[in-house]
Design a protein around this ligand. Sequence first.
Ligand code: KIV
Length: 289
Amino acid sequence: MSTHTQLKVLTATDIRGSKKQRRLTMLTAYDYPTASIADAAEMDMLLVGDSLAMVVLGHDDTLSVTMDEMIHHCRAVARGTQRALVVGDMPFMSYETGVEDAMRNAARMFREGGVRAVKLEGGLSVTPQIKALTQAGIPVVGHIGLTPQRVAALGGFKVQGRSAEAARLLLEDAKALEEAGCFALVLEAIPAPVARHITESISIPTIGIGAGADCDGQVLVFHDLLGLYDKFTPRFVKRYAELRQEAVKAIGQYRDEVIQGTFPQKEHSFTMPQEELEMWEKSIKDRND
Ligand code: KIV
């Protein structure tokens, strides 16, 4: 029997308090079906990730998704979620430009998008925004390591923190984000020993993606986990299903049955009372005579 049948809605405070108590689970979700599926599977957090730019909208990176598009998807995820904490990803240039922009855009995600926390990428440089948001009552998830919104500056989707100096800077960023008020921290594509040390050095939960097994929780992209995105699969992804192949097979079968005339069958069709049918057929006949 599920431990979550009483459907307690999770909050940022619950997530923060889970450190060292239990491992946390996060999955991205982008619309009503992905949210309701992930929520039914009892994920703790659903991240409306800006990865939707790639896996849902077909862009080559995450930079082109707009605030309005993110809000549109957040709203659908909020409608599909009963238990998980819904986290909205702040898109490129919605917060880097200053505290005021960050406040206005995060407030839109809350009010219009129905999320209950936001995530933003970056370390020390975004701590003024994080302080302002948390002081205004908006819970924030930080994100360091491989930060896809800075892909141009990072020189591609590459593992971060591989030198002693880079690892030291990541630890400094993690401590600054904790200090600024984040309630959790995503660590993306960094060496496992660096992630372990960061996890042991801060009091908020770390959520890893390509950061080894010693983080306090893990996050994956919905379409990667289920094998729905065929353009690119990072090495750190484990595919738990191959739904794209299944979908192509099912749709191919539908196509064949339509062409062969074996779909629809009687059970998929509607009928009408016999006397109405006869009256109608008679009216056609009379009209044609
Ligand atoms: O946008 C996203 O999906 C993310 C996760 C990979 C953490 O930021």
